[in-house]
Design a protein around this ligand. Structure first.
Ligand SMILES: [Zn+2]
Length: 510
């Protein structure tokens, strides 16, 4: 059968919108309202509190120990250490988590208009101390705390995010299922008021799996052995913690330029292009070990879009657009990436999946690219979300495991625009003219570019379950690219979710 090509047009909105309103972008973990979308869930006022388990994150028969609380003897010393995660066995997991929360909260961006970078997101993080009585949360008492926090969320009570150190992987297993502790480094469940009336988070539960840093490899003669097939360094483990904290703050997964990966989603051809919020922890060579430990522009812009500082609102521009099929149907689920042609495209890119803050049933093709530097040339490219992340329920919004998106062969072109100071420009700046020199007229006309797309594989399908956009938990798994040391097969993607909680929510909806 001959393949009929459908054309996809890209429209970029030229009308002015107040940047301060609807300043969403970069992908949101949950959308609001749940059935119609349009806004991201976030923490009211950017105020986030967290508490921690008092137990150990990990231990290895006393030779290597990653405690939860910082031992008193190291407390003052570790405060002066630039990165307590790099010395986690000494400084403790709590100090590392605190450092990572702050890493997000103090992340900076720079525009051409200033010489020094400035804080991009208005987030206030507060550590409220260890859980009552300095309790070690373990497999025995975990459900008590989970029920307590879920119960408070159901009353709409704002609670701190509960950070749990899962020393033996048993809590991860209880939540994600048998054997998942071998693949999942961490798991996050942001809590919402179940009436879903406010659009603000009420709490969250985060679990970190210490099996990956306990210095042990599987005992192959023991079929019940729970150890993952590999150990990761402190930097890699802290990357996964940073990733989970991104979820807890409200961020979705994010995919950079496909060329950053190369031929498959677990590739690492250009480490600088892999965001921290990439769905998996990738296996970089030793010189790029910290590629996901350093926040990418894409990560910072995503967070700043949820919680913008005045600087972010006033000194950057926004590109808005809508992807459409040739028949004018909105085209949902295409990764739209832009980068300045003046900068390294891998380091500078920011992305937004079309329609990602709308449920698949709405077939919405809108995208918003924030953090655009005035007076620079930007290229916009359209790329397919890796198939695995389309099909995986914990992948990338708006994919819910049912919607079918384009593959890489369907999408072939992009556009180049110049962000100037004219009202008719494709990018919206506030104030309108931020250029020091005469603004450069836009070089891109609103007619858009045509993208060839195979209709058989690219028309989004809304399904019965598509209106259930609430993801039930978010995890970071080790990528298939990791070489299993003991010959065990490591799946490319692991299942994650808070099963008991999702069942409860479904019951409430029904
Ligand atoms: Zn994740």
């Amino acid at each position: 059968m001959a393949t009929k090509k459908h054309a996809l047009t890209a429209l970029i909105f030229a009308f002015c919108l107040s940047f301060g309103l609807n300043a969403f972008a970069g992908g949101a973990f949950y959308i609001y309202p749940q059935d119609t979308g349009g806004s991201p869930y976030k923490w009211d006022g950017g105020n986030i509190h967290w508490r921690s388990d008092a137990g150990n994150l990990s231990s290895n028969n006393g030779t290597v120990k990653i405690p939860g609380p910082t031992p008193d003897i190291y407390k003052s010393l570790c405060k002066t250490i630039a990165d307590p995660c790099a010395q986690m066995d000494k400084c403790g997991a709590i100090m590392c988590v605190d450092f990572l929360f702050k890493r997000w909260a103090t992340a900076q961006l720079v525009t051409a208009a200033t010489d020094s970078p400035v804080k991009a997101a208005q987030i206030n993080v507060t550590y409220d101390g260890m859980i009552d009585g300095n309790t070690d949360i373990n497999a025995e008492n975990y459900s008590t705390y989970k029920d307590q926090y879920n119960g408070l969320a159901e009353k709409g009570t704002i609670t701190p995010i509960l950070v749990i150190f899962d020393e033996d992987g048993s809590i991860i297993e209880a939540e994600a299922g048998p054997n998942q502790e071998k693949y999942l480094l961490g798991l996050t469940d942001p809590l919402r008021d179940p009436t879903l009336k406010t659009g603000f988070y009420t709490g969250g539960i985060m679990i970190f799996n210490g099996l990956f840093i306990n210095g042990k490899l599987p005992n192959t003669s023991d079929s019940n052995d729970r150890e993952p097939s590999l150990e990761v360094s402190n930097v890699k483990f802290a990357s996964s913690m940073l990733h989970e904290i991104g979820h807890a703050m409200g961020l979705d997964h994010s995919q950079g330029l496909r060329a950053a990966n190369g031929s498959s989603e677990t590739g690492t051809d250009n480490p600088d292009g892999i965001p921290t919020m990439y769905p998996q922890l990738l296996n970089f060579d030793s010189t790029h070990e910290g590629a996901q430990y350093d926040l990418h522009t894409d990560d910072i812009v995503a967070l700043a879009s949820l919680y913008p500082t005045d600087y972010f609102i006033n000194k950057f521009c926004t590109i808005r657009g809508e992807l459409q099929h040739s028949n004018k149907d909105p085209y949902q689920g295409v990764n739209v990436i832009t980068y300045s042609t003046d900068d390294d495209k891998f380091m500078d890119s920011r992305s937004f999946v079309s329609g990602s803050i709308y449920p698949p049933s709405t077939k919405n093709g809108q995208y918003v690219l924030n953090g655009i530097v005035p007076c620079k040339k930007y290229t916009i490219v359209y790329e397919a979300v890796w198939k695995n992340y389309q099909q995986w329920r914990g992948g990338i919004n708006p994919y819910d495991g049912n919607m079918i998106g384009p593959d890489e062969n369907d999408i072939t072109s992009g556009v180049t625009i110049t962000v100037g100071g004219y009202a008719s420009d494709t990018a919206i700046c506030n104030p309108n003219n931020l250029c020091d020199t005469t603004p450069i007229p836009a070089t891109y006309s609103a007619k858009g570019q045509v993208i060839n797309a195979d209709p058989a594989s690219s028309v989004p399908e809304a399904t019965d379950s598509a209106s259930d956009t609430g993801k039930k938990g978010w995890c970071m798994s080790i990528a298939g690219g990791f070489s299993p040391i003991w010959g065990l097969i490591v799946p490319a993607l692991a299942i994650c979710g808070f099963a008991a909680r999702s069942a409860k929510q479904r019951k409430k909806k029904a």
